[in-house]
Write a protein of this length. Structure first.
Length: 307
């Protein structure tokens, strides 16, 4: 009888891994109403195949890939006993081979790799209602630790605005010309970083910046002398499609009168990447310029509180 081989993934596996990724997304959609409709991607697989902090493993049977999973070394929060942990994700087994212990083999291989990296804490996320997955992870030694809760709020619909010819001035009436003009209060570049804590330490320790806010673990603002930089922990960009799917922005403007600005922009031919929406830190929307750079407009960023 053929045996299952678990090994590190290679570039030759990329096409199959992309199919596995869509399998993961399809399996998780019923559990998560917040996943955007249409074609999306979760991972930057090309980067993951070579990233030193990630081990991407595959399981194969008779030379055919039947499962996958990765471990990514992440910095723990400063108040925890462990300084780093390995986060496990992309756990996938093709339907016809489920229930055969393949997921456990992949977890064992990732665990062994983590130990070689002097990592002795494993973490993963699983949807609360995904009972088969929870049972499988418990059999592998994981225990329930934390429940993440969410509440969706209604986003006020922007009033419809009639389109205008591109050559026509945006404000043709006396009433329109007398209306308060939305104001851009500041502009911040957004930098992708591999390790948020180390990046913050660099800017605050070496460059004498101060932390202005933290949003969860993956986003922060730093600044000095009236200037600010936003940091986002993420893998490097892999083209315009990845940028749109993962909502990375290149420039961020802080604005007042964001609804008016949004309505004004809609009167021109513009590529709206993200319509106006309400977020925990205020309303925002994204547009793309002619070269594909994504520009975000966000209000009330001072509502982000450090934690």
């Amino acid at each position: 009888m053929s045996s299952i081989n678990v090994r590190p993934a290679t570039n030759a596996d990329l096409d199959t891994l992309l199919l596995f990724e869509q399998g993961v997304i399809a399996a998780e959609r019923p559990f998560d109403p917040t996943i955007r409709e249409g074609a999306i991607n979760y991972y930057d697989l090309r980067y993951m195949l070579s990233a030193p902090e990630i081990r991407l493993m595959v399981a194969e049977l008779d030379g055919v890939l039947i499962g996958s999973g990765y471990a990514r070394i992440e910095k723990g929060r400063h108040y925890l006993k462990h300084t780093h942990h390995a986060y496990l994700g992309f756990m996938y087994v093709v339907p016809e081979h489920r229930g055969k212990g393949i997921n456990r083999l992949i977890i064992d291989a990732l665990t062994n790799w983590a130990v070689t990296q002097n990592i002795y804490e494993l973490r993963l996320d699983v949807y609360y209602d995904n009972h088969p997955a929870i049972t499988a992870y418990e059999k592998a030694g994981f225990v329930k630790h934390l429940i993440e809760m969410r509440m969706g709020l209604a986003v006020p619909a922007a009033p419809p605005v009639a389109a205008r010819p591109r050559s026509q001035p945006a404000e043709t009436s006396q009433a329109a010309s007398s209306a308060p003009r939305p104001s851009l209060k500041g502009m911040s570049p957004l930098l992708l970083v591999k390790d948020m804590e180390r990046s913050i330490d660099f800017y605050t320790g070496t460059m004498d910046f101060a932390v202005q806010f933290r949003y969860e673990e993956f986003y922060a603002g730093i600044g000095r002398d009236g200037h600010s930089i936003h940091l986002k922990q993420a893998v490097p960009l892999a083209g315009e499609e990845y940028r749109r799917q993962n909502e990375h922005v290149d420039i961020l403007f802080s604005v007042t009168g964001i609804a008016d600005l949004y309505n004004r922009i809609l009167t021109a031919p513009v590529d709206v990447v993200q319509p106006l929406r309400e977020m925990p830190y205020g309303r925002e929307f994204y547009v793309a310029d002619l070269d594909g750079y994504i520009i975000a407009f966000c209000e009330d960023q001072t509502r982000m509180s450090s934690s």
